[in-house]
Structure formats: structure tokens, C-alpha cells
Ligand binder design. Structure first.
Ligand SMILES: Nc1ncnc2c1ncn2[C@@H]1O[C@H](COP(=O)(O)OP(=O)(O)OP(=O)(O)O)[C@@H](O)[C@H]1O
Length: 258
């Protein structure tokens, strides 16, 4: 279970002054459900997820993850969370199996449990062909699958995926979406961030639209369709963020920041 209340994060930026990257965001996600966080570049998705995963401290508000406070009980939260970030890195000289094993050991797992878990992950993510090859020669898709496996080797209750299909071909993206669905079906609490509308639409039980640090709309797909009087997720999204001009302005701002 994840319960986020009034979560806020500010950054001091030389050019822009104080940036409210995440501004009074509240939402919750139950076990066996996928919460989709949808937002344009710079909307505040990664900052929100980094706070939930204990990598950043909120300036206000609270996040309770698997029963523990992310600030006061960060070690307990970390043991229960797997966070796949865009920056999740691999050591090129290790094979995928060595890499996953290493992270299993870091998580205090026993050899037998690691072996069984690698087999399960390799089956689910279709990794057997490259498990014993070095990561340095991997395609983007192979790297991403290995990153997912090493992030989730300890089979955490809470799984956070930050734009997991970014830059992947259709087949690899589909394999990853299928895998995320399996995690949900096994009772995991899943947060999935993306700016790919179709993925969010198909995958998520509840959708939160984040814009300029604020959660501007939330609901199941039918609820959002009813609220905005639109069937198409893209139209819902554009309406929720205040129209095309507001979206364009936010994207230009994000581009300037690089
Ligand atoms: N360390 C930082 N210092 C200053 N500003 C930051 C920092 N990290 C994030 N920001 C700013 O906070 C805002 C939200 O960024 P964030 O990375 O959370 O957005 P995002 O929705 O994940 O975007 P993207 O899809 O581009 O990854 C942006 O304005 C960004 O420039």
C-alpha cells in the first residue's frame, strides 16, 4: 500500500529561484493495483517517485509505503520497494546473471533464493538468451530487462516503474508492460509513470495526471472519461492540464531546463 498526502518538494534553482517540483500531491495505491502517473516532461513524476522510494526528502507532506514512513523509517521502506529509475545503471563487465545476483546479495538473499528468482525473472522477461552475456554489449531492451530484474530481485511488495518503456521497440515495450501486469496480478502495489497515453490507458487501474507539480486530475479511465466528457486519453490529458497552450508552455519550460 502507498499513501501519499500533501507531498511537496522544492528545489533551489540558480535561474528560476525556488521551484515547486511537486506541490501538495496526495494519492494512494492498494496492493494488486497499478497507479499510473501521467505527465509531460518536467511535470514532477520522477521527483514524486524519488520521494516515495526514499531517495529525496519531502519538504512537506508524508508518504507511507508498506506501512512505513519514507523519512522516519527509510531503511524499512527501502527493503519493501523496488524502484526502476531512468538512471538505473548496470556494470558493463558483469553478465546479467552476475548483476542480478550481486543485487540479490546486497538485499540479503540466500544463493538458492537468488537462483530461483533469476529463473522466474528470466522466464517472465524472456532473458534466457542473454543471461550469461556481459551487459556492456547489450541492446537498450536487454539493458532495461536486466535493470528491471536487478531492481526487483528481492521481490518487493511495492514496485515503482519510472517511464520503463522509454526508447524501447514495440515488442520489448509490450514484454515489459506484460511483466508489470503480472506483478499486479501477483498482488504487488505498482506505480507506473509514463507520458505514453496508450500504455497508461491500457495498464492502469487508477490514473493521476500531474502538471506543473500538481495532481490536476485523478480517477479510473471511465471516471476521467466522464469527468472530461472525452473518450480519448490524450484529449482528457490536454483538458486536464488546462488546454494545448498550457501544455505547450510547460513543455517549452522543461526543454529550456534541459
Ligand atoms: N535537482 C533538481 N534541481 C533543480 N530542479 C529540479 C531538480 N530535479 C528536478 N527539478 C525540476 O523539478 C521539476 C520536475 O522535474 P521531474 O524530473 O520530477 O519531472 P518529470 O515529470 O519526471 O519529467 P520527465 O518526464 O522529463 O522526466 C522540473 O521543473 C525540474 O526541472
Amino acid at each position: 500500500m502507498i499513501e501519499v498526502t500533501h507531498l511537496t518538494k522544492t528545489f533551489k534553482d540558480k535561474k528560476r529561484g525556488v521551484v515547486r517540483a511537486v506541490d501538495d500531491v496526495s494519492f494512494s495505491c492498494e496492493p494488486g493495483k497499478i497507479y499510473g502517473l501521467l505527465g509531460a516532461n518536467g511535470a514532477g513524476k520522477t521527483t514524486t517517485l524519488r520521494m516515495i522510494a526514499t531517495l529525496l526528502k519531502p519538504v512537506e507532506g508524508q508518504a507511507i509505503v508498506a506501512g512505513h514512513d519514507v523519512v522516519k523509517e527509510s531503511a524499512l521502506v527501502r527493503a519493501k520497494v523496488g524502484f526502476l529509475a531512468a538512471s538505473t545503471a548496470l556494470y558493463g563487465r558483469l553478465t546479467a546473471r552476475e548483476m542480478i545476483t550481486y543485487f540479490g546479495e546486497l538485499n540479503g538473499m540466500e544463493t538458492k533464493a537468488i537462483k530461483a528468482r533469476i529463473k522466474q525473472l528470466a522466464d517472465e522477461l524472456d532473458m534466457h538468451d542473454f543471461l550469461d552475456r556481459r551487459c556492456e554489449k547489450f541492446s537498450t531492451g536487454m539493458k532495461q530487462k536486466t535493470s528491471i530484474a536487478r531492481t526487483l530481485v528481492h521481490d518487493p511488495d511495492v514496485m515503482i516503474f519510472d517511464e520503463p518503456t522509454l526508447g524501447l521497440d514495440v515488442m520489448t515495450a509490450r514484454a515489459i508492460v506484460r511483466f508489470v501486469r503480472q506483478c499486479r496480478d501477483r498482488g504487488k502495489t505498482v506505480i507506473y509513470s509514463s507520458h505514453v497515453m496508450s500504455e497508461i490507458e491500457k495498464l492502469c487501474d487508477k490514473i493521476g495526471i500531474i502538471h506543473d507539480g500538481k495532481l490536476v486530475a485523478e480517477g479510473t479511465l471511465p471516471e476521467l472519461q466522464q469527468q472530461f466528457g472525452e473518450n480519448d486519453m490524450e484529449e482528457i490529458f490536454v483538458k486536464a492540464v488546462g488546454g494545448e497552450a498550457a501544455l505547450q508552455a510547460a513543455l517549452e519550460q522543461a526543454e529550456k531546463q534541459g
